[in-house]
Design a protein around this ligand. Structure first.
Ligand code: FAD
Ligand code: NAI
Length: 475
């Protein structure tokens, strides 16, 4: 096996494995090092996203949504079910199978693209003539050399100070995805993306879920009108969300855990629960990378310092994904991976940060791209807004899922689309049209004049674009 590579990628999450594939496609002799193991100790590339993030959470969201549909909504369609039960062990096994298919898929893609895969921990050993020595500690310890290094070591969950994760009662996203039986009572700390997604999973299968959020506003980064609509829907579903709280002591007691907190009104409270999930953000991960050996610069948050092109302070060392600035999203990591591989090849890889979509996979889903109404106001931009409710969309009525709306924000003068915000069914899929439109600098009028299939949820997108010019046809 060759030990000298043009490109070595450290980390095989969505940023790293995609960067390795693109580098190999461009003709570079490429290696990717990843240390993730499955429960049998076998390689499990794909990083946080594949193993304990995007993929398993969506598998559980789907299972729990099916269960809730069957229990609460099938009867509306005349479908009667007796003795409906949730088999949590089966639900978790299916999720594990979905994860494994993705791990195996990545190993296959490495073979197909002739990327050399090393299973183990990669760390900087030293900078040498014309490149870097990287030590790989795995089944066998070895040193490989790289002309270019792409660091894609991802992120780890942030713990509350003095409250380490035990993954039995005090859970990170990892433990949250493998609770063996439906907890009676579950507390989530942080009403961000993980809090809402994991809270939805366990509420749907029967847990009483309380979410404790430090900020006084719900989903502060989301367009206010959309966040309000989502908040209403979650409360109606039975999710208890307490805003503006200060979390105090967390004690594991007997079989459960107790969480002390102060409410927004200053009252001291304690919640007893079976488990607590702490989802208060993530921190960049450089554990074991040994950045000091080569003088790789980190910032005060522990993120690798990069410029707009993902270049670090060292020649030919690049960093991408969760370990650098910007949103911690799999598709952002992937786009940076492709762009860096292309830059190494002398091409002009580019990531447009203004058109990175966000999706929260709750029900209703929340998705957006571009600026919110509150951001436009803060930036002093003159804009026009148009909304269209799913209640007025025929396909949504046929689906029995009419919560929410599509909202367009367009420049008051030029009509260029500045932001699109959706809360409602299949928002994750609908948002792509808005991303494409914004990439092509389309106007709201462009979308309003495009023929959309009937009956489809996407007609709500067209109608919201028409609403910008106050000429909806179905509302
Ligand atoms: P990671 O995926 O974290 O991968 C880094 C890899 O590097 C890991 O395999 C790690 O083991 C390995 N590694 C680290 N150090 C070393 C080393 N020294 N040597 C060898 N290997 C090393 N994002 C979305 O876009 N959509 C979603 O739906 C979504 N859902 C999520 C749900 C949850 C519960 C969580 C926690 C996250 C979710 N995310 C989602 C975020 C997404 O998972 C991350 O943004 C994404 O995984 C970042 O990719 P990455 O390649 O930068 O890092
Ligand atoms: P988050 O940043 O989305 O939300 C954290 C929340 O915790 C915030 O609302 C914050 O105000 C609150 N918080 C912080 N400290 C607190 C404290 N001491 N007490 C109470 N509340 C506190 O972080 P989260 O949910 O952990 O997710 C991490 C990241 O993973 C996300 O930001 C996102 O980048 C990624 N992710 C993406 C998903 C998607 O794209 N669908 C799904 C899940 C995660």
């Amino acid at each position: 096996m060759a030990k000298n590579f043009d490109v070595v990628v450290i980390g095989g999450g969505p940023g790293g494995y995609i960067a390795a594939i693109r580098a190999a496609q461009l003709g570079f002799n490429t290696a990717c090092i990843d240390e993730w193991k499955n429960k049998d100790g076998k390689p499990a590339p794909g990083g946080t996203c594949t193993n304990v993030g995007c993929i398993p959470s969506k598998a559980l969201l789907q299972s729990s949504e099916n269960y809730e549909e069957a229990g609460k909504h099938f009867a509306d369609h005349g479908i009667k079910i007796a003795g409906l039960e949730i088999d949590v062990a089966k639900m978790l096994a299916r999720k594990d199978q979905v994860v494994k298919q993705n791990n195996d898929g990545i190993l296959f893609l490495f073979k197909k693209n002739k990327v050399t895969f090393f299973h183990g921990r990669g760390s900087f050993a030293k900078a040498g003539d014309g490149g870097y020595e990287i030590s790989v500690k795995g089944a066998a310890d070895e040193t490989i050399t790289a002309k270019h290094v792409i660091v894609a070591t991802g992120s780890n969950p942030r713990a509350l100070p003095g409250v380490p994760f035990d993954e039995q009662k005090i859970l990170s996203n990892d433990g949250a995805l493998r609770i063996p039986a439906v907890p009676k009572k579950l507390v989530l700390i942080g009403s961000g993306v993980i809090g809402l997604e994991m809270g939805s999973v366990w509420r749907r299968v029967g847990a009483e879920v309380t979410v404790l959020e430090a900020l006084p506003t719900f989903l502060g980064a989301v367009d206010e009108q959309i966040a309000k609509e989502a908040h209403k829907a979650f409360i109606k579903q039975g999710l208890k969300i307490e805003l503006g709280v200060k979390v105090g002591e967390i004690k594991t007691a007997g079989k459960g855990v107790s969480v002390a907190y102060t409410t927004a009104k200053g009252e001291a409270q304690t919640l007893d629960a079976d488990n607590v999930i702490v989802s208060i953000g993530r921190v960049p991960n450089t554990i074991g990378l040994n950045p000091e050996a080569v003088g790789l610069k980190l910032d005060e948050r522990g993120a690798i310092v990069v410029d707009g092109d993902c270049k670090t302070n060292l020649p030919n060392v690049w960093a991408i994904g969760d370990v650098v600035r910007g949103p911690m999203l799999a598709h952002k990591a992937e786009e940076e991976g492709v762009a860096v591989a292309e830059r190494i090849a002398g091409q002009h890889g580019h990531v447009n940060f203004n058109t990175i979509p966000w999706v929260i996979y709750t029900s209703p889903e929340i998705a957006w791209v571009g600026r919110t109404e509150q951001q436009l106001k803060a930036d002093g931009v003159a804009y026009k807004a148009g909304t269209f409710p799913f209640m007025a969309n025929g396909r949504a009525r046929a689906l029995g899922d009419t919560t929410g709306m599509v909202k367009f924000l367009a420049d008051a003068k030029t009509d260029e689309i500045l932001g699109v915000h959706i809360v409602g069914p299949m928002a994750s899929e609908l948002i792509s049209e808005a991303v494409v439109a914004m990439e092509f600098k389309a106007s709201a009028e462009d979308i309003a004049r495009i023929c959309h299939a009937h009956p489809s949820l996407s007609e709500a997108t067209k109608e919201a674009a028409l609403a910008v010019d106050k000429r909806t046809l179905n509302f």
